[in-house]
Every structure is written in structure tokens, then in C-alpha cells.
Design a protein around this ligand. Structure first.
Ligand code: FAD
Length: 140
């Protein structure tokens, strides 16, 4: 089995935060069926998500996600082979980031405090995964 990890960013359509619970419900349900684990972060109208699992399942899931009309402007940041899951405990963990996180985490704040800064994230390889892991550990 080829295990991969995929990270992307996207924009919530219309900043309609009321849509997020239904997105999470179907994510957790479908990921359980498809052997996908991961984490979804939301900040100021932007999503940052990591999906991990068997290559075909991750690619099929990402392609379904990209067609979802509740968000747009999906940008793939990384797709890499991994030897083990980093988010094994989460069918899909979720955190909404706000000013309290920016104040507590000044090192990471520039990357998320006004929404995810794609240029800054791209300029610092590894930072997206570092943030996703940090916030997933904070959930335990
Ligand atoms: P249902 O949840 O029953 O939905 C049926 C269809 O209607 C889908 O095409 C869905 O896109 C669409 N839909 C549902 N509700 C609405 C609505 N309120 N407005 C417009 N269209 C709607 N899916 C995963 O499997 N794993 C993930 O990790 C995952 N992460 C996501 C992250 C984000 C940011 C977003 C926006 C979506 C994510 N999804 C994820 C959801 C994915 O896009 C599909 O909606 C879902 O996988 C389809 O599940 P379902 O077949 O059970 O359909």
C-alpha cells in the first residue's frame, strides 16, 4: 500500500461559516469509509487541510473535495509519500483559529492570523504540516 499525505488551501464561499458543521459531518463519515485521516483548519474564510491515506483514496477524495461548491480556489501545496500517518487519531480533526491562537503562537501567527498566507507558507517548506500537527496535538 502506498501511503500519501496531501495538503491544500481553499476559500470558503461567501465566508458562510454556517456551512462548516455539515462539511465536517460528511468529511468524518466519508473518511471513515475510505481510510482517510487528517486535519482541517479554518481562519478568516480560508481552509488549510491535510488528507492522508492510501494514494488512490486520497486522490479520489481530493478530487471530490475540489468539486464541492461550498469552497473554491483550491491550491495544492504538497503531495508526498509518508511512512506512517501523522493524524492517525482523526477521521478529520477541526480547529477554527482566532486571535487567541495568534497571541499564543507568534512564530506561526503570520501564516494564519488574517487567513492562510499562501505565499508565506510556500516560502517556508514544512510550515503547513507543522501548524496542522501543532493544532491537532492541541486537541488531545
Ligand atoms: P453529501 O454530504 O450527502 O452531499 C451530497 C452532495 O451535495 C455533495 O456533492 C456535496 O458537495 C453537496 N452539498 C452538500 N451540502 C451542500 C450545501 N449545503 N451546499 C452545496 N452543496 C452541498 N469530504 C471527504 O470525504 N473528506 C474530507 O476530508 C472532506 N473535506 C472537506 C473539506 C472542505 C473544506 C470542504 C468544502 C468539503 C470537504 N469534504 C470532504 C466534502 C466533500 O466535498 C463532499 O461534499 C463529500 O465528500 C460528499 O459526501 P457525500 O457523498 O456523503 O455527499
Amino acid at each position: 500500500m502506498r501511503l500519501i499525505q496531501l495538503i491544500y488551501v481553499s476559500d470558503l464561499v461567501g465566508e458562510n461559516e454556517a456551512a462548516i458543521p455539515a462539511i465536517l459531518e460528511s468529511s468524518v463519515r466519508r473518511n471513515g469509509e475510505n481510510g482517510i485521516t487528517g486535519m482541517l483548519l479554518y481562519s478568516h474564510g480560508n481552509f488549510l487541510q491535510v488528507l492522508e491515506g492510501e494514494q488512490d483514496s486520497v486522490r479520489e477524495t481530493y478530487s471530490r473535495i475540489c468539486k464541492d461548491p461550498r469552497h473554491h480556489n483550491a491550491i495544492l501545496l504538497t503531495e508526498e509519500d509518508v511512512s506512517e500517518r501523522h493524524f492517525a487519531n482523526w477521521s478529520m480533526g477541526y480547529r477554527q483559529l482566532g486571535p487567541e491562537h495568534a497571541a499564543k503562537l507568534p512564530k506561526y501567527a503570520p501564516y494564519f492570523q488574517f487567513g492562510f498566507d499562501v505565499s508565506a507558507i510556500r516560502a517556508k517548506p514544512g510550515i503547513a504540516l507543522e501548524m496542522l500537527e501543532l493544532f491537532s496535538q492541541g486537541m488531545l
